[in-house]
Design a protein around this ligand. Structure first.
Ligand SMILES: *Cc1c(COP(=O)(O)O)cnc(C)c1O
Length: 391
């Protein structure tokens, strides 16, 4: 008999009833050190008092009014995002997938408005992940996600990650946009080199193509900059954000320049819950913390500490791990042993990590993890690796 919960997830035999900062606690009191942070969602840790206050203050006043009316918290968060980024305007969603939907719609509508309705193609890259809606699975294009769900939304051109010649050849007078994660998350923590991001910007400028960054996982301070593309010194035309921006409350957004977004006039898009008072109040509290340069300095310092310890870990377990990769606190351990076995061995050491493609385990701790917790996490990873070696 089918489970009352539709069984689409491969769940670990763990279940948590409480969170405190970087820790998750089971009903019997067993405490796990959380280097997954809900897959980069709990950017400020669990039950962060600042976020709890933002949510409960708003919850006592007003939950929902609909976008039929002005929403002060939404306007405040949009203003903050515009102030801190390349963007001139923001649309709020409830998830990264919905941000992908709008990014795709906006890119096509942009060319329609310019009198070039045939410019509909969106170039994407293998190993990418943009969500699970029909458009988002068509965008990423992997067999694993699309099999049996056809006919897929047409118009996506899939290229190999890092093939510059193929990319130049693929941009034609049918190309609306290039969509890319500056650091692939699900694909196995694969950063796009700064030079390549600059090259993408140049190519888009030469051809008029829109550049869309999916910063759902790598954004919101994760890499040590507010957004990952800032390391390359370039900006996109459209950007998808979600995960960390709500700190655990469902919230996403599409940020865009005025030029890219001018096509999205009244009636072209909407959402019942997107930008509701609860989500935006929490989002504003998250933004106020993460956009502080002193906070980002700390993320970078901690990232250096964690990375250095991980390099030592890899050196002491050469049969288990191959290398460390990633940026800031978006780190991956490329494994020699099976990544899922190491994640399981981590559970046995009361440590949570997240597997990714390319036999990688992801380390995405809360951005405010302490130095002592970093030391403890690597000690647990070390014991987990020893378990694998002695199995
Ligand atoms: C998680 C993720 C998404 C999808 O976000 P949901 O909130 O799960 O819909 C899209 N893009 C990237 C890069 C992601 O990591």
């Amino acid at each position: 008999m089918i489970d009352p919960v539709l069984p689409t997830y491969n769940r670990a035999p763990l279940s948590f009833v409480k969170g405190e900062g970087s820790w998750l606690i089971e009903a019997d009191g067993r405490r796990f050190l959380d280097l997954g942070a809900g897959i980069a969602v709990n950017a400020l840790g669990h039950a962060n008092p600042v976020l709890v206050k933002a949510l409960t203050d708003q919850a006592g006043k007003l939950w929902h009014t609909s976008n039929l009316y002005h929403i002060p918290a939404q306007e405040a968060l949009a203003a903050k995002l515009v102030e801190e980024t390349f963007a001139d305007t923001v649309f709020f969603t409830n998830s990264g997938t919905e941000a992908c939907e709008l990014a795709v719609k906006m890119a096509r509508r942009y060319w329609y408005d310019k009198g070039q309705p045939d410019r509909v193609e969106i170039i994407t890259f293998d190993g990418s992940f943009h969500g699970r809606s029909s458009a988002a699975i068509a965008a990423a294009g992997s067999e694993k996600m699309t099999k049996g769900f056809g006919p897929l939304l047409p118009g996506f051109v899939h290229l190999k990650f890092g093939d510059h010649d193929a990319l130049r050849a693929a941009v034609t007078d049918k190309t609306a946009a290039i969509l890319i994660e500056p650091v692939q998350g699900e694909g196995g923590i694969r950063p796009v080199p700064d030079q390549c991001l600059k090259g993408l910007r140049d190519l888009c400028d030469e051809t008029g193509t829109l550049l869309i960054f999916d910063e759902v996982q790598c954004g919101m301070g994760r890499t040590g900059k507010l957004f990952a593309h800032e390391w390359a010194g370039i900006t996109p035309d459209i950007m998808m954000v979600a995960k960390g921006i709500g700190g655990g409350f469902p919230l996403g957004a599409v940020l865009a320049t005025e030029t890219a977004a001018a096509c999205m006039v009244v009636g072209t898009h909407g959402s019942t819950y997107g930008g509701n008072p609860l989500g935006c109040s929490v989002g504003l509290a998250v933004m106020n913390v993460i956009s502080d340069p002193a906070f980002l300095d700390e993320v970078n310092r901690k990232a250096g500490l964690l990375r250095q310890k991980l390099e030592g870990l890899v050196a002491s377990h050469p049969e288990v791990f191959e290398s460390v990769r990633g940026v800031g606190l978006m780190l991956g351990l490329k494994c020699k042993a099976m990544n899922t076995d190491i994640v399981k061995a981590g559970y046995a050491e009361d440590l949570l990590t997240v597997p990714a493609a390319d036999n990688v385990i992801r380390l995405l701790p809360p951005l405010n993890i302490s130095d002592a917790e970093i030391t403890e996490a690597v000690a647990r990873l070390d014991r987990a690796a020893t378990r694998i070696e002695t199995e």
